[in-house]
Design a protein around this ligand. Structure first.
Ligand code: ADP
Ligand code: MG
Length: 709
């Protein structure tokens, strides 16, 4: 709690101190919602509000209307189905005369005892349509007479609850009573303001105290909006303050090598070996990296660039900077195939230069491995490429100056930490490269303490990929298109989903599909490769190599080909069961084509029946190839917690701010936080004292933020 609270904080008291909360209920609240103190209750904001005066008429409801509030009579309530598949189905009829179904799959016995046929209820939930019938699954429901009489206010908060809490009277109504009781006792001194007064004034924000009160018990829409704005800003601002403080302190603490010079290797490569002109974005990013490497502070930079934007070259040229300063460098990829591809292309780029490049993975064994490790320790290897085998303990560098991690989302935070320890006295500089564009708001939070570079430009001369959507019954057309491409000497990918829980079934489906393909594309005119995640790495590599060398024309694969695989002659990709892939995955997959000069195609096959969300995903893929736009759409569809690369980040569990919606508030918050830290880095000015103390004492205790501190 805030140290600024003088009274032995009211908010620190356990919830058992509340009237009506005995040890059993207290335990339940702790277990179900991690609510221990009055403060926890106060800071669990409502997740929505109901205007109790507004009802929809069932007769007017449209199938995709979303959430509705209804008032009607429960006319039937019956159990259906057997044992484990049992469900409860009720019918609600309102004054419009129409009815819809209410469906429950859980807590059936409880429902039986709770709801009475013939009573009038207020029902809230999301309407769905099945076979032309409207229904609401697991609706929120309460007796209409209680709903109107007990709460005088028409604008009611709704709190998160669980089945168990509901049964013990701690449903949203019970929670409302508790909150009201606490708020009646609170004074502004219990909820002092941590934001500087000038900021509150300038941004016309409510005080912390008022905002907390009004978020729970808004008198009207305006109060609610003002409370939301204040609390969202506060949450995002404090988070940014924390992230930026961490960055400043890390930079002060973690010294690094200063790569002061650009030397022979870099210059020779640049003038004599670089096979193309760098794009403007590549140049800019290299300047950013060069600046970082020269500062004598460990670099921690995230490089975002869409598939095909030329990150490998940026990585290579950064490694040359390390070499020019007498250091070794390494680059890691998440799979053997990708790592080996780096090895090959980097060897290619460096041909004719006197540098020793080596490859290490789990499959390098025995004598070869021993020799390699020896050479590495003696500093005879300049650049090491490989899988995460590179960061295992037996691998010792002589002097590792720069480590690059490609396709970052598959590397965990822990693995990154291992890397840091790979060198003494200073940790190597770290460059993390990702082809999964992360929406700006997420980058600013999940990676807020890293520096971020973006390659937002593709090399010239690429013809954009044409993407179309076909339903399954047009497969023949699709096979025809594949034949056309192959007739032109090109190659094709056919991608099948493979979902882990369902792996056996999916592999079976892949086999069936393979048989079908053999019928359509018979040998010897056609050769087909199959690659999936269950194959031995050698077999996989063998098949990949055959496809790469043009010995096979069709590559049937699961998502193992997702990242990085580079076969410029492949010009058509068919994705089967597109609806089963996520947006970022589809984007990654599509990036496997369109790598050469020829026009490329991506065909998204799906079933005819699609959910609204699948339809949106497919439309996004057809409409754009811009990875950042796709990432934004993904964020809107799935919410921040589900975006690749951010799952490990506790910072995304926010109380009120929503990274899909609150981008502008976030930018403002970050700007303000930056300004303040620039002018008063230690927060010693009188107007910042409370803020400083708050950050110091309070932020460490915020749930889920431990990961960033
Ligand atoms: P990614 O960012 O997906 O890792 P790569 O580094 O594999 O992209 O680059 C994709 C392709 O583009 C490679 O064949 C590479 O040689 C080529 N490439 C990279 N930069 C340029 C450039 N500036 N001009 C032309 N081609 C480039
Ligand atoms: Mg790459």
């Amino acid at each position: 709690m805030s140290p600024a609270t003088s009274k032995a904080g009211l908010l620190d008291r356990g919830i058992a101190s509340l009237k009506g909360i005995g040890p059993a209920k207290a335990e339940l609240l702790a277990k179900e919602l991690q609510i221990f103190s009055l403060g926890d209750l106060v800071y669990s904001y409502p997740f929505r509000y109901v205007d109790r005066t507004q009802f929809h008429q069932i007769i007017d409801i449209l199938p995709d209307q979303g959430n509705v509030q209804l008032k009607g009579k429960l006319v039937t309530l019956t159990r259906r189905g057997e044992n484990r598949k049992q469900r409860m189905v009720g019918r609600l009829r309102d004054e419009s005369g129409a009815a819809l179904e209410l469906v429950w799959f859980r807590g059936i016995n409880y429902l039986d005892r709770t709801y009475q046929i013939g009573e009038e209820y207020v029902v809230y939930g999301k309407v769905e349509e099945f076979n032309g019938k409207l229904s609401i699954t697991h609706p929120e429901m309460e007796l209409a007479k209680r709903a109107v009489t007990e709460d005088a206010a028409t604008f009611e908060p709704v709190y998160a609850s669980t089945e168990k809490l509901n049964k013990r009277g701690l449903d949203t109504r019970g929670r409302r009573k508790l909150i009201r009781a606490i708020i009646d006792q609170l004074s502004p001194a219990d909820l002092p303001d941590m934001l500087p007064a000038y900021l509150i004034e300038e941004l016309r924000l409510l005080s912390h105290y008022d905002a907390v009160r009004m978020i729970h018990l808004p008198g009207n829409q305006e109060e609610l909006e003002a409370a939301r704005r204040r609390l969202k800003f506060e949450e995002l601002f404090l988070l940014q303050m924390r992230l930026l403080q961490l960055k400043v302190s890390r930079e002060a603490r973690v010294a690094g090598y200063a790569f002061g010079q650009i030397g022979e290797h870099f210059n020779t490569f640049f003038t004599q070996h670089l096979p193309f002109t760098l794009t403007g974005a590549q140049k800019r990013v290299l300047r950013e990296i060069r600046h970082d490497l020269g500062r004598g502070i460990q670099m921690n930079r995230l490089l975002q660039g869409d598939v095909g934007s030329g990150k490998t070259m940026v990585g290579l040229m950064s490694m040359l900077m390390a070499l020019d300063n007498g250091f070794q460098a390494c680059m890691m990829a998440p799979t053997e195939i990708l790592a080996y591809q780096h090895y090959e292309s980097i060897q290619d780029y460096l041909r004719g230069m006197d540098l020793r490049v080596a490859f290490l993975s789990g499959s390098v064994k025995g004598k070869a491995r021993r020799e390699l490790l020896e050479e590495l320790a003696e500093g005879r290897i300049d650049i090491l490429l490989g899988t995460h085998a590179l960061i295992e303990p037996p691998v010792v560098f002589k002097n590792l100056g720069l480590a690059i991690i490609d396709e970052q989302h598959r590397f965990g935070v822990k693995q990154r930490a291992k890397l840091w320890k790979k060198n003494t006295p200073y940790p190597p500089h770290v460059l993390v490269m990702t082809a999964t564009p992360i929406p700006r708001t997420l980058a600013m939070t999940a990676y807020g303490d890293l520096d971020v570079s973006v390659i937002d430009e593709l090399p010239p001369g690429r013809t954009p990929i044409k993407t179309v959507h076909f339903t399954e019954h047009r497969r023949e057309r699709v096979f025809g298109r594949i034949r056309e491409e192959i007739a032109k000497g090109r190659q094709a990918y056919i991608v099948y989903p493979l979902i882990e829980e369902n792996e056996k079934l999916d592999l079976l489906a892949l086999e069936v599909a393979y048989d079908e393909m053999l019928d359509r594309f018979p040998r010897p005119d056609y050769q087909i490769s199959v690659v999936h995640g269950r194959m031995k790495p050698q077999d996989k590599d063998f098949e990949m190599a055959r496809f790469k060398n043009g010995e096979t024309q069709i590559m049937m694969a699961t998502t193992v080909i997702e990242v990085g695989v580079n076969v410029p002659n492949a010009t058509i990709m068919v994705i089967v069961h597109t609806e089963r892939f996520g947006l970022s995955q589809l984007h990654q997959l599509r990036g496997r084509v369109g790598r050469g000069a020829e026009e490329s195609f991506c065909i998204l096959l799906s079933s005819v029946k699609l959910s609204k969300e699948s339809r949106k995903r497919i439309k996004t893929m057809v409409d754009t190839t811009d990875g950042f736009k796709i990432a934004e759409a993904d964020l809107q569809l799935r919410g921040p917690g589900m975006i690749d690369g951010t799952q490990q980040s506790g910072v995304l569990q926010m109380r009120i701010a929503d990274l899909a919606q609150d981008g502008r508030i976030l930018s403002a918050a970050r700007d303000r936080a930056k300004d303040i830290l620039e002018q008063d880095p230690k927060l010693q000015r009188p107007e910042h004292l409370l803020l400083g103390r708050y950050l110091e004492h309070h932020m460490k205790t915020v749930k889920g933020w431990s990961l960033i501190s």
